[in-house]
Ligand binder design. Structure first.
Ligand code: FAD
Length: 380
């Protein structure tokens, strides 16, 4: 067993860390306050190879693997969770196209995502009536001559106002066929009939873009079908397995930042004539937080390593995601408490971390759905 990072992994971690310290941390609070989509930061991330960490160099990626991707995601989330989720979804979209796309689809879209020509990619699975159960989706795609025509609604789509390409799931057969009649399509931003709805007014991740989408007779060529006809549901599930490693890493990055800040604050803040770090009531939550984050990190890096080495990782990714997101929630809550009243105001970043971390228990499969995935495997 080897727990050391490779040279490439250390280099990606260090490069990302330096970039986050220099270019993201100084603006993170302002991005949150102004809800400004971080276009210029995303362009810089693309230049660093971070929009395709696990994608081949031939497609513009860094070809550094899944562990490196997880480490980079932790670093970016340490700086700005909104930037991190945008990066996560773009990496996921690039990977889906690289894995399931034809040569033409791969060469058309992936280099545009990795290079930053497309500021982001979007993953359009959820619908107003189909979240945890995407098999219940209502969006349809019907064949019309040489085209597909897509009609329906998608909900909660990250980067939906900015994406150059959307991976979109739609029903291509009878409702009775359930998940066996769902296909996946690539739709370019700006395609006629694709309408972007209002931006969600979110509790956290306020600089990320989350919108609804309406598809009104959106016509795409036959070549827009990604993977097999009626084989789209499997693509979604496989993509989400990998995506969960990204969200676990995001949760770790946010909570790691909160813990560093709480430690520094506890050493600095004095009450009863001594730093509050001298009180056992402050020390123990910090100790518990460090322990839980380390455990979450090991689960997450194991899932990343399994994916990278081509082994099954679905259960491990779900375990990493549920544990890391829930541990991160506990850690950020304790870190806010360490700040006392100052944790409750926007002057200290822990207030933002508290809001940002909450969604990691919800998207890319809620905690309950991760437990369904894990239990299915345990009871098999
Ligand atoms: C900020 C943000 C960004 C997002 N980005 C994207 C995106 O880019 N693309 C995309 O496709 N989606 C995206 N989502 C959607 C996200 O994945 C869904 O919100 C999530 O899957 C839950 O679906 P839902 O909100 O419809 O909740 P529901 O599915 O309605 O769930 C409600 C509650 O019921 C529970 N529940 C449901 N089924 C079960 C069950 N079988 N057993 C036990 N409990 C259950 C859930 O865990 C939850 O607690 C995003 C969401 C948010 C908030």
């Amino acid at each position: 067993m080897e727990l050391e990072l490779t040279e490439t992994q250390s280099l990606i971690q260090k490069t990302t860390r330096e970039f986050v310290d220099r270019a993201i941390l100084p603006v993170a609070a302002e991005l949150d306050r102004s809800e400004r989509f971080p276009k210029e930061i995303l362009a810089e991330l693309a230049k660093l190879g971070l929009m395709g960490v696990n994608l081949p160099v031939s497609l513009g990626g860094a070809e550094a693997g899944v562990v490196a991707y997880s480490l980079a995601m932790m670093e970016v989330a340490r700086g700005c969770a909104s930037t991190a989720v945008t990066m996560a979804v773009t990496n996921m979209v690039g990977e889906v196209i690289a894995k399931f796309g034809t040569e033409e689809q791969r060469s058309r879209y992936v280099p545009r995502l990795t290079s930053g020509e497309y500021v982001a990619g979007s993953f359009a699975l959820s619908e107003p009536e189909a979240g945890s159960d995407p098999g219940g989706m209502r969006t349809t795609a019907r064949q019309d001559g040489d085209s597909w025509v897509i009609d329906g609604q998608k909900q909660w789509i990250t980067s939906g106002s900015h994406a150059g390409v959307f991976v979109v799931w739609a029903r291509t057969g009878d409702v009775a066929a359930g998940t066996k009649a769902i296909s996946c399509f690539l739709v370019e931003g700006g395609t006629p009939g694709l309408k972007v709805g209002k931006k969600e007014d979110k509790m956290g991740l306020r600089a990320s873009d989350t919108v609804s989408l309406t598809f009104e007779g959106v016509r795409v060529p036959a070549s827009a079908l990604l993977g097999q006809l009626n084989g789209g549901f499997k693509i979604a599930m496989m993509a989400l397995d990998g995506g969960r490693i990204g969200i676990a890493s995001q949760a770790l990055g946010i909570a790691g930042a909160a813990l560093d800040e709480a430690v520094a604050y506890a050493k600095d803040r004095k009450q009863f004539g001594q730093p509050i770090s001298a009180f056992q009531g402050i020390q123990w939550p910090l100790a518990d937080s460090k322990t839980e984050l380390d455990a979450a990190r090991l689960l997450t890096l194991r899932a990343a390593w399994l994916k990278e080495s081509g082994q099954p990782f679905s259960k491990e990714a779900a375990m990493a995601k549920v544990y890391a997101s829930e541990a991160a929630g506990r850690v950020v809550d304790r870190c806010l408490q360490v700040h006392g009243g100052y944790g409750f105001v926007k002057e200290f970043p822990v207030e933002r971390h508290y809001r940002d971390v909450r969604v990691t228990r919800i998207y890319e499969g809620t905690s309950e759905i991760q437990r369904v995935v894990i239990a299915r495997s345990v009871l098999r």
